[in-house]
Write a protein that binds this ligand. Structure first.
Ligand code: HEM
Ligand SMILES: *[C@@H]1O[C@H](CO)[C@@H](O)[C@H](O)[C@H]1NC(C)=O
Ligand SMILES: *[C@@H]1O[C@H](CO)[C@@H](O)[C@H](O)[C@H]1NC(C)=O
Length: 319
């Protein structure tokens, strides 16, 4: 090979290397371009939690719902006031915390305009929400770019509370997540609340028997029914992790085992040999580390990096 050829090969290889680096998320992506990015988001999340404790679980859920539809690229945040906006999808019912994201964005724009993406704000805020509720701290990967799509149809495959365990596994697998990720990430329900809307079907019109879900602990059923009466308000909210809804701990796994899970999709995790095994082992000490690892995986779904997409100025609008 002549000298010229070697140079050409070296240049080609370094281009390939650049492309692969450019295409990846990194811990500390904003170290140089916006050194206070993570600190700013953390302080906004902390303030938001002081004014309303519900913002903590809200922000964790928002990142999940963002990542599961068209990747973690902020599509759920777009609000053109249209029925076609992804945000309005049935599968996103109850998502909240948008104002917190917009507050963080405004503060970031003031110090480093057009640098930090809204999809990264979601990833950072979710990490902070976990930590602020005494869950694991983990280094969050950043470098996502915001997408240019918001399409309500794309949200039709969101995991649903009434999905069978087979369906839940398939929906996670379709996103590159394993059955272990499914169980561990469902552990996010260790914090936050659900509307009776999502619970009533399993109390009064369970498929197959038209009554209540037989997997509900007999002692727990009357409690659930009294919180969510048959003809009661569907907007009444209750903790998903009975007895420990503010602390990011393994109580949710113990509840799933004892039939005191509130959500049908959580209870379903105990109805399959493989996922049951993960629930049983998640009652142990590995849950925090496993959760952090699964969050990193979820945060990589369908991301745009490098020069794709854009950095929104306002999280609710395309530039
Ligand atoms: C396995 C499939 C899942 C299903 C079917 C599901 C379903 C639900 C439902 C029905 C609610 C109640 C919403 C409301 O009434 O406002 C909820 C809340 C929540 N979910 Fe999930 N979820 C799933 C997975 C996840 C994952 C992977 C995460 C995060 C990693 C997550 C985090 C949360 C949080 C934090 C809340 C509480 C929200 C709040 O208090 O505002 N969920 N989920
Ligand atoms: C940013 O700084 C942190 C902490 O010093 C370091 O772990 C990380 O690798 C840095 N990332 C980049 C992309 O420079
Ligand atoms: C939304 O997504 C669906 C399903 O991929 C597609 O058929 C439809 O054309 C999209 N709508 C818009 C406005 O892009």
């Amino acid at each position: 090979m002549g000298g010229d050829n070697i140079i050409v090969v070296v240049i080609m290889m370094s281009c390939l290397l650049d492309a692969s680096v450019e295409g990846k998320l990194r811990v500390g992506f904003y170290n140089k371009s916006c050194p206070n990015a993570e600190t700013i988001v953390r302080s906004v999340v902390r303030q938001a939690a002081i004014s309303d404790q519900n913002n903590i679980p809200a922000l964790l859920r928002l990142h999940f719902h963002d990542c599961f539809v068209h990747g973690c690229e902020g599509s759920i945040l777009i609000d053109r006031g249209l029925e076609a906006d992804e945000k309005r999808a049935f599968g996103h019912q109850g998502v909240r915390g948008f104002d917190v994201v917009e507050t963080a964005k405004a503060q970031l724009e003031a110090v480093c305009p057009a640098i930090v993406s809204c999809s990264d704000i979601l990833a950072m805020a979710a990490r902070d929400a976990v930590f602020l509720s005494q869950g694991p701290w983990y280094d969050v990967e950043t470098g996502r770019r915001d997408g240019l799509v918001s399409n309500v149809t794309l949200a039709s495959h969101m995991p649903d509370v009434a999905d069978s365990i087979t369906k839940l596994k398939a929906k996670f697998l379709a996103k590159g997540l394993t059955l272990k990720d499914l169980v561990v990430l469902s552990g996010a329900h260790t914090i936050g609340t659900t509307a009776c809307f999502f619970v009533k079907p399993r109390l009064y019109e369970f498929p197959g028997n038209g009554g209540s879900d037989p997997s509900i602990n007999a002692g727990f059923l009357p409690e659930l029914k009294s919180t969510c009466p048959k003809d009661g308000d569907v907007n009444v909210r209750l903790a998903m992790d009975r007895g420990s809804e503010k602390v990011f701990d393994t109580q949710i796994m113990a509840n799933i085992r004892s039939g005191t899970a509130v959500l049908q999709s959580d209870a379903a995790l105990y109805q399959d040999d493989a996922t049951r095994g993960v629930v049983d082992s998640s009652v142990g000490t590995s849950f925090h580390a496993d959760f952090a690892a699964s969050m990193l995986k979820m945060g990589r779904i369908g991301v745009s990096t490098g020069s794709k997409g854009q950095i929104r100025r306002l999280c609710s609008s395309f530039n």
